[in-house]
Design a protein around this ligand. Structure first.
Ligand code: AMP
Length: 428
């Protein structure tokens, strides 16, 4: 039997109501805050991610699904990649479609996306090779920290609306590109004397991108890392001021946060503000549900004009896991049919086709059992379908034009005409 590829999975019908709920609340948040949806291709030129996300990141180095597309006319083919994230693609689209043209100063483009991403990571609970993200980007010529606070306020509303309340907002500033370069030098110098005591992964990070040592979870490395200088300590005046203003904007909105100087994020394009939202329940080790930050300069890296940008992405897979149990249970139950129709005999079934059509036209969720069964077996199936009611149609019912509606929770039963069934169940 053929099974799913490692790190991928089917999202089964019983979980779909949870996914829909998260998508619906996200779309509502985006609607209120003026974001429009964009859908970019799942495959892009490899170069987009190599340049955008950064050659030295784990994502580009070892996690991308890259292959040569030989369908091209030229014989060498073209290297293409399944998108590992969507910010680079959205910025590409922003540039490609010249969304920045005819701009007033300070005018912003607000875009959001929903869809699958692909990274060849070691699969574990909450970490998949095909996972789903919902994300948003704000682009333009302004880097006002108020934009950042507004985006976080939107996320705050979104999480509350979903009932996900036990979260922590971690913030940091990673400075601008020049500072990063300078800081990287100092970081290397600080690591070097103890290099032999770090793990093999950290050795590799030291060589390729020393900033990444802060991601190390190895218990032997943690005490060493704790003693390293942080980027936050080395911020230049302008970045420091930006960070102070960002915090003041969060304070003004009553949003609580923790400054986490070691939080540097896994993508190269971040400048200044970086943030994560950590969930507490249902998540295990992979408890980062939202990640985001500022990426001024990314557009230039991709060949565009100077552009400021700020955005985030959250993992739908992890958001589903973070939903409180009671809410998940209610969402699953809400997906149950209103009525399961049981017919006694062929004439009743022929009649039922019309009844069922009317009920559905009135908006009710109706399942019609097509097989001939004994009453007991049919009622067992009605229970199994989790329907709230069974509607029993037999010869007598056909003649009277009234049908037996049984409440499957209370066991109560009454005889009603179609119009009364509609009134009764719609009201509920
Ligand atoms: P990133 O694009 O790495 O900043 O990740 C943003 C968010 O996407 C994370 O906080 C997770 O919620 C989610 N995410 C990233 N990688 C994975 C993965 N391999 N499996 C599931 N969710 C992921």
């Amino acid at each position: 039997m053929i099974q799913t590829i490692r790190g991928t999975r089917d999202i089964l019908p019983e979980d779909i109501p949870l996914w829909h709920r998260i998508e619906d609340v996200a779309r509502e948040a985006f609607r209120r805050y003026g974001f429009a949806e964009i859908r970019t291709p799942i495959i892009e030129k490899t170069e987009l991610f190599a340049r955008g996300v950064g050659e030295s990141t784990d994502i580009v180095n070892k996690e991308m699904y890259t292959f040569v597309d030989r369908a091209r006319e030229d014989r060498d083919g073209e290297s293409i990649t399944l998108r590992p994230e969507n910010t680079a693609s959205v910025v590409r689209a922003y540039l490609q479609h010249k969304m920045f043209a005819d701009r007033s100063p300070g005018e912003l483009t607000r875009l959001y996306y929903v869809g699958p991403m692909f990274r060849r990571e070691r699969p574990q609970a909450g970490r998949y090779r095909q996972f789903y993200q919902i994300g948003a980007e704000v682009m333009g010529d302004s880097d006002d920290p108020a934009i950042e606070a507004e985006v976080i306020e939107m996320l705050d509303w979104f999480l509350r609306e979903l009932g996900i309340t036990e979260t922590t907002l971690l913030i940091n500033s990673v400075g601008d590109a020049t500072l990063r370069e300078e800081y990287l030098g100092r970081l290397r110098v600080a690591i070097e004397p103890d290099l032999s005591r770090y793990c093999a992964d950290c050795h590799h990070r030291y060589k390729t991108n020393a900033l990444r040592v802060f991601d190390c979870k190895n218990p032997d490395c943690r005490p060493l890392i704790a003693g390293l200088p942080t980027i936050t300590d080395s911020l230049d005046g302008a970045s420091r001021e930006h960070f102070e203003q960002f915090k003041a904007h969060l304070d003004a909105r009553g949003i609580t946060y923790t400054v986490q100087p070691e939080m540097v994020r896994g993508l190269d394009y971040y400048t200044r503000t970086a943030f994560e939202i950590i969930g507490s329940t249902g998540l295990g080790a992979q408890n980062t549900i939202v990640g985001g930050g500022r990426y001024d300069g990314l557009a230039e890296t991709l060949g565009g004009p100077p552009t400021k940008g700020f955005g985030f992405a959250f993992g739908l897979d992890r958001m589903v896991m973070a939903l409180p149990e009671t809410i998940s249970r209610d969402l699953r139950a809400a997906g149950a049919p209103d009525i399961f129709v049981v017919c006694m005999g062929e004439a009743a079934r022929q009649h039922a086709y019309h009844v069922v059509r009317e009920l559905r036209r009135a908006g009710l969720v109706v399942i019609l059992d097509f097989a001939d069964r004994k009453m007991k077996k049919a009622m067992a199936l009605a229970d199994k379908s989790r329907a709230r009611h069974a509607l029993i149609i037999g010869e007598n019912e056909v003649n009277e034009g009234r049908y037996a509606l049984k409440n499957l929770t209370s066991g109560e039963q009454e005889s009603l005409a179609v119009s009364d069934i509609i009134i009764k169940l719609q009201r509920n």
